[in-house]
Design a binder for this molecule. Structure first.
Ligand SMILES: O=C(O)C(=O)[C@H](O)CO
Ligand SMILES: [Mg+2]
Length: 251
C-alpha cells in the first residue's frame, strides 16, 4: 500500500516546501495539497524534485471568505473559470496529475447545470495537459449546503458529462458519513474513481482510530487492483510526526 500525505492537514506548521520534505522524511510515497497559491510554484517544484515525491493534486480556489468553491454558483462562471485556469496552470508547473474542482454552496437544477458547464470547461482545458479533474462529495456536518454530497450524485454527473478525465475523489471519511457501505461502494465506483482519501470517522483523525476498520478498507482497495497512493487527509490531534503510527501498522 502506498500513501500520500495531504499537506492541507499534515505539517501545516511549516511552509509547503518544508512540509513536502517532512512527508518524504516520514516515508510517504506522494503528497497532495489543498490551496498552494500563496507559495511560488517553483519553490514547490524544487522540493518535489529534491525529495522525488510526486504532487498528486490540488484544489481550485474556494472564492470569497466563507465560500467553498465556485463551480456550481450561477452568475459566477467567469470567476469559476479563472479559478480553473489558475489551478491548471499551477498544476502544470509542479507536475500535479489532478485538480479537485470545488462546487461550492448551492442547490437545485440551476446549480447542477452551472456545475456541469464549468466541469465541461475544466475537463476540456485539462485534457491536453493530461490532467484529471476530480469532484468530491463532502459530508453535511463539515460542509452544510455544499452542492455535492454523495457518490451517487457524483456518478450521475460523471456519466452525464462523459469526459474520460472527469473522475470521483472517493474520500472514505465523507462517504462513510453520508452513505456508508464502503466496501461495496468502492467496488461499484472503482472505474469512476480518480483518487482515494481517508481519515477516521467521526473525528477525522488517523485511520487506526474510529468506527471504520481501515485494515479491511485498504485490503479491499488492494484487492480491487488500485495501485495509486491513498491520501491521508486527517487532522492530527498533536504534532503530525506523533500521529504516524498507522503508517507502519496499516501499510
Ligand atoms: O475536505 C476534503 O475532504 C477535501 O478533500 C477538500 O479538498 C478540502 O475541502
Ligand atoms: Mg477529501
Amino acid at each position: 500500500m502506498r500513501f500520500s500525505a495531504n499537506l492541507g492537514f499534515l505539517w501545516t506548521d511549516r511552509p509547503l516546501p518544508d512540509a513536502i520534505r517532512a512527508a518524504a522524511a516520514a516515508g510517504f510515497d506522494a503528497v497532495e495539497c489543498h490551496w498552494p497559491y500563496d507559495t511560488p510554484a517553483p519553490d514547490v517544484a524544487r522540493a518535489l524534485a529534491e525529495t522525488g515525491l510526486p504532487m498528486l493534486g490540488l484544489n481550485t480556489r474556494r472564492g470569497a471568505p466563507g465560500e467553498n468553491g465556485l463551480l456550481a454558483l450561477k452568475g459566477r462562471e467567469e470567476e469559476a473559470r479563472a479559478a480553473i485556469d489558475e489551478a491548471l496552470a499551477y498544476a502544470a508547473q509542479i507536475g500535479a496529475g489532478c485538480v479537485h474542482a470545488m462546487a461550492g454552496f448551492a442547490t437545485g437544477p440551476e446549480a447542477e447545470a452551472t456545475f456541469l458547464a464549468n466541469l465541461r470547461y475544466a475537463a476540456d482545458a485539462a485534457a491536453p495537459q493530461g490532467i484529471t479533474i476530480l469532484i468530491e462529495p463532502l459530508n453535511h456536518y463539515d460542509a452544510p449546503g455544499y452542492f455535492l454530497t454523495t457518490t451517487t450524485q457524483a456518478a450521475r454527473l460523471i456519466d452525464s458529462l462523459g469526459a474520460p478525465n472527469l473522475k470521483l475523489m472517493f474520500d472514505c471519511y465523507h462517504v462513510q458519513i453520508m452513505e456508508g457501505d464502503l466496501t461495496r461502494r468502492l467496488e461499484r465506483m472503482l472505474p469512476k474513481i480518480g483518487h482515494i482519501q481517508f481519515a477516521s470517522v467521526p473525528d477525522r483523525g488517523p485511520p487506526d482510530t474510529g468506527e471504520v476498520n481501515f485494515t479491511h478498507v485498504f485490503a479491499t482497495i488492494e484487492r480491487l487492483g488500485w495501485t495509486g497512493p491513498l491520501g491521508a487527509e486527517y487532522r492530527p490531534t498533536a504534532h503530525t510526526d506523533d500521529s504516524l503510527g498507522w503508517l507502519t501498522t496499516l501499510r
